[in-house]
Ligand binder design. Structure first.
Ligand code: GRF
Length: 203
């Protein structure tokens, strides 16, 4: 499948995906001058910037995104630091072929600032979730999770780094699993091929 990575920030997960060998054919950023675009350039992946301020309404932005994805024959989407909710039109087009990475154990701490929310809440465990994207916000069917401890002496930055370490290991492997059909969405259920869900916890 031809994947597009939707980004908007530092691009460390994009880098992990490219390093691992995920077939990313296009990078789309909703911000200019972000490091993720430098990562795309380093790996010679075509990149596009779509700025929300250039569109009068949200639907027009997402229509431009959809046009771009279809023009480039993109089959699947991996969100990696893309800080916008996708329009239902885009989600409908890529249902079962769009994944998101969230830096907490969903359904706890959805939305922005998840690491900080968990840290301030005093959790002993938090983690990383990869899920298929549905119409809700961080609500889609969960494909894989990694639990990450928060130690008493941790600063917020320590916890953030530990979570990122796990994101970089887990996300490329799950993208690969979706790409190869090892895991798929059947209605609202995540279905793994035979007993291959070993990937949970053994990545
Ligand atoms: C990651 O923590 C991811 O979970 C969240 O946004 C962050 C992106 O970081 N959705 P990066 O741009 O990949 O470094």
């Amino acid at each position: 499948m031809k994947w597009a990575a939707l980004v908007g920030g530092y691009g460390s997960n994009l880098e992990a995906m490219l390093e691992y060998g995920n077939p990313v054919h296009l990078v789309v950023s909703h911000k200019a001058n972000v490091r993720a675009l430098e990562v795309a350039e380093k790996y010679h992946i075509p990149a596009a910037v779509l700025l929300p301020k250039d569109f009068r309404v949200r639907e027009a932005f997402d229509q431009a995104l959809l046009n771009l994805l279809q023009r480039e024959n993109i089959d699947a989407l991996a969100l990696a630091g893309y800080l916008r909710w996708l329009d239902p039109a885009v989600i409908a087009q890529y249902r079962g072929r769009a994944v998101n990475l969230h830096p907490a154990l969903l359904p706890s701490f959805p939305g922005l600032g998840a690491v900080e929310q968990a840290y301030r809440h005093g959790v002993f465990w938090t983690g990383v979730t990869v899920h298929f994207i549905d119409d809700g916000h961080d609500t889609g069917p969960i494909i894989a999770q990694a639990a990450v401890p928060r130690y008493r002496e941790d600063t917020l930055e320590d916890l953030r780094e530990r979570i990122q370490h796990h994101e970089h290991r887990l996300y490329p492997r799950i993208v690969e699993a979706v790409d190869t059909g090892l895991v798929r969405l059947d209605g609202q259920n995540v279905v793994w091929e035979e007993s291959k869900s070993w990937i949970n916890g053994h990545y």
